[in-house]
Design a protein around this ligand. Structure first.
Ligand code: ADP
Length: 343
């Protein structure tokens, strides 16, 4: 049935049919009206009878033309939607319908455009994910496969078996966190806003993250100094926590044993300014812009654990929160990451 309306030929046939039927129906009505007038007022003169008949005939013609034109306009507008839907069903998500302000179909077109925009972002998300995931998982997977094969061949000492199983377990864990990071970044890149905003005590949030990572900084005998002013704001606490944890983990990771990390939070104008300053290896001047790119890792830190996604995630979250992140660093002396968020 739907096909009948979608088909261009049959919809034209339908248009002609509607025009003829409307005209006939109105003509019938006109004749009936005239007959009734005639019966009710049988003393009516011939001229009045003719004028009434002609007036009703004219009215029928005008009305049937109006109905036909209205149907034609609606059919044309529906055809644009049908064409758009055909493109989408063929996998072309770039379809968009342009429309004017007073367009009677504007709401439908607007929803259609929103739907294709959403489909485009899901497609990008999927393509990105497939590309990055397949590229980045190869190394840990090869490693897992290699050590599993060695274990299968047998003839290993208990120590060797334990060592290889530990590597397999670590590599599997790394794969898991890589998948989480890729998924999170792909999701963030395809959204324009962060999640629900809720009241946050920023100083408590940062303190919680420092406590959460205590095992790591304590194991390296790193001294942590905090200067956190009480700052309340509204925001997506879970996402911002990703920023604090990433920046703190990096500071711990790139600071040698016995080093120092200063964490501060201040209100400056309408902003919260959060600084993570470490006494670590620092970053070469030519690299400070690159470290926020996906998968970039300084060649000098290749032997430390990581996937090069942490800072890209931080940057995206700060941008989505309407803020910014920057770095100041001196190679061999330490780095300072500064996050600015509107309160
Ligand atoms: P990862 O830490 O997993 O390598 P990130 O995206 O968090 O990935 O960081 C990218 C790179 O930026 C790191 O590999 C390192 O070269 C540099 N970097 C980040 N934080 C620091 C820091 N606090 N000190 C020195 N270098 C850093």
């Amino acid at each position: 049935m739907i096909d009948f309306f979608i088909n261009k030929k049959t919809s034209k046939l339908l248009l002609v049919g509607i025009a003829v039927l409307t005209f006939l129906a109105l003509l019938g009505l006109a004749a009936l009206a005239v007959a009734i007038i005639n019966v009710l007022a049988n003393k009516l003169q011939f001229e009045v009878y003719t004028i009434t008949f002609l007036a009703l005939l004219g009215f029928s013609v005008v009305l049937s033309i109006t109905v036909t034109v209205a149907f034609y306009i609606v059919a044309k507008k529906a055809q644009r939607l049908i064409d758009g839907l055909s493109r989408v069903s063929a996998g072309d998500y770039s379809a968009e319908i342009t429309y004017g302000r007073g367009d009677i179909f504007s709401k439908v077109y607007k929803n259609f455009n929103m739907m294709t925009a959403e489909l485009r972002s899901v497609k990008t998300l999927r393509d990105d994910f497939v590309h990055n995931f397949s590229h980045e998982i190869k190394t840990p997977l090869f490693s897992i496969q290699g050590f599993a094969n060695l274990l299968l061949e047998g003839g290993l000492t208990r120590e060797e078996e334990h060592k290889f199983l530990t590597i397999i377990s670590e590599e599997a864990g790394r794969l898991g966190s890589l998948a989480d990071s890729i998924l999170l970044l792909s999701k963030l890149e395809n959204q324009q806003l962060l999640g629900e905003r809720a009241p946050l005590k920023l100083n408590s949030e940062i303190t919680d993250c420092i406590i959460m990572l205590e095992r790591e900084w304590d194991a390296k005998h790193i001294e942590i100094n905090t200067d956190l002013a009480p700052v309340n704001m509204e925001g997506d606490g879970a996402m911002l926590r990703q920023v604090w944890i990433n920046l703190l983990s990096n500071a711990i990771k790139f600071t040698p044993d016995g080093g120092k990390i200063d964490v501060s939070l201040k209100k400056e104008g309408g902003n919260a300014v959060i600084k993570f300053k470490d006494s670590g290896c620092g970053i070469a001047p030519g690299e400070t812009a690159k470290i926020f790119e996906k998968y970039y890792r300084s060649p000098s830190v290749k032997n430390t654990e990581g996937n090069g996604l942490g800072l890209a995630i931080c940057k995206r979250i700060c941008t989505l929160a309407g803020g910014s992140i920057e770095v100041r660093s001196e190679e061999g002396r330490g780095s300072e990451f500064i996050v600015t968020l509107p309160i």
